[in-house]
Each structure stands twice: as C-alpha cells, then as structure tokens.
Design a protein around this ligand. Sequence first.
Ligand SMILES: Nc1ncnc2c1ncn2[C@@H]1O[C@H](COP(=O)(O)OP(=O)(O)OP(=O)(O)O)[C@@H](O)[C@H]1O
Ligand SMILES: O=C(O)c1ccc[n+]([C@@H]2O[C@H](COP(=O)([O-])O)[C@@H](O)[C@H]2O)c1
Length: 195
Amino acid sequence: MIRPRLPGPAKGLAIGLFGGSFNPAHAGHLLVAETARKRLSLDQVWWIVARGNPLKSDHGAYAARLTSARAIARSAGMRVTDLEAQLGLTYSIDTLRALQKAAPDARFVWLMGADNLAGFQRWKDWEEIARSVPIAVIGRPGARITRATAFARKFARHRLPETSAAALSQAIPPAWVYIRVRENPLSSTALRACP
Ligand SMILES: Nc1ncnc2c1ncn2[C@@H]1O[C@H](COP(=O)(O)OP(=O)(O)OP(=O)(O)O)[C@@H](O)[C@H]1O
Ligand SMILES: O=C(O)c1ccc[n+]([C@@H]2O[C@H](COP(=O)([O-])O)[C@@H](O)[C@H]2O)c1
C-alpha cells in the first residue's frame, strides 16, 4: 500500500477524523469539528475530503470540494486532507485502516453528524469500524438517536455519558458518545440549491 501524506504530525496526538463530501463545506461542518475538538479535548481534527461517498451518486468535483473545505476549516487545530484521493480509497473502513497503519501512535476518534449515524449500518463493515475506533456523534436538526438506530441498539452498553467526552480518545473501542450542541440547520444540499 502507498504511504499516505498525512496532514500533520500524529504521534501521541488525539485526532478527530472528520470524513465528509463537503459539497460544499459550511458552518455546520465547522460546528461539528470545533465542538469535537473542544469537548473531546482533541489536538487536531483532520477533515478527510471523501473521494466519493459510496451511498451517494452525485459527488461534485473533488478539487472544488477540497478548496471549499480548506476555506471553512481555518480555525485552530483544523487540517484538511486529500488522503482518500491519494490512496484511491472510498470506504471509511479502508481509510481508517490506512491511517492506523501510517500513524499507529495516534489516538484517532471518528466524528460524524447524527444523521450519518442513523444510516451507519449501511456502511461497509460498520461494526468493524465501531470496534476499531471510538466514535463521537454531534447533534444535527432532525436526527435523533433512539433505540431504532441500529448502531445505538447494537452498541448501547458502550455509550459513554456526555460528561466523559474528554476521555473518549483514550477509551478502548467500541466506545461512543453523543454530544448535544446548539444545532445548526445548514446543509450542502441547501447551499447547492442557492442560485
Ligand atoms: N448542520 C450540520 N450539523 C451537524 N452535522 C453536520 C451538519 N452538516 C453536515 N454534518 C455532518 O458532517 C459530515 C459531512 O456531511 P456532508 O458533507 O455530507 O454535508 P451535508 O450538509 O450533510 O451534505 P448534503 O446535504 O449534500 O447531504 C456528516 O457526518 C454530517 O452528518
Ligand atoms: O464506508 C462506507 O461504506 C461509507 C458510506 C457512507 C459514507 N461514508 C463516509 O461518511 C463520510 C460522510 O459522508 P457524507 O457524504 O455524508 O459527507 C465520508 O467520509 C464518507 O466517505 C462511508
């Protein structure tokens, strides 16, 4: 496997992995990344611009999405990476494996909005992802985590209380936390619809 060009040093650091289409990136994404950085006590958040979400058909041009993510992710600790494009990867399990191999001393946490968790059981090897890395879920309007959420049901006893969020990067997976925020209704779909 080709060694990925990492967006920064990783050894010994707690790093949030924030995969997204970012078509385009917006303030809702920044809310997720900044909330995670603060509440999980992360050193960095790596925005992984998805080569192409396997569950979406219209991805948008990669270069434009990368530029868009770079324009939004400008606050402290944010790094944007094109590593899925570098490595030709599409599935998050493969991206995660590549990162864990390239940076075995980093403490990675997977970040996602609550709407992504609701469909997580459709991702390739989703249970393996949950057993490989702690997961932080950030609130999003219209998405609630209930017993109907396959992930929440399957991994119910591995959920940490929100008050323990800062310890998530040190937890042995499976481990996850749901973080409540003042939710932001923005979406890329809405922005694409703007003339
Ligand atoms: N407003 C938001 N609040 C919380 N999480 C969000 C928000 N917008 C996006 N996310 C999360 O950011 C990640 C990347 O999302 P994505 O790039 O698909 O944006 P999107 O606005 O959902 O796009 P689209 O409308 O095209 O589906 C996902 O984990 C998603 O849940
Ligand atoms: O690995 C999968 O099967 C998979 C299925 C759906 C989405 N993902 C990843 O989820 C992240 C968020 O995707 P999106 O399109 O909601 O921004 C992004 O990194 C995608 O590659 C991954």
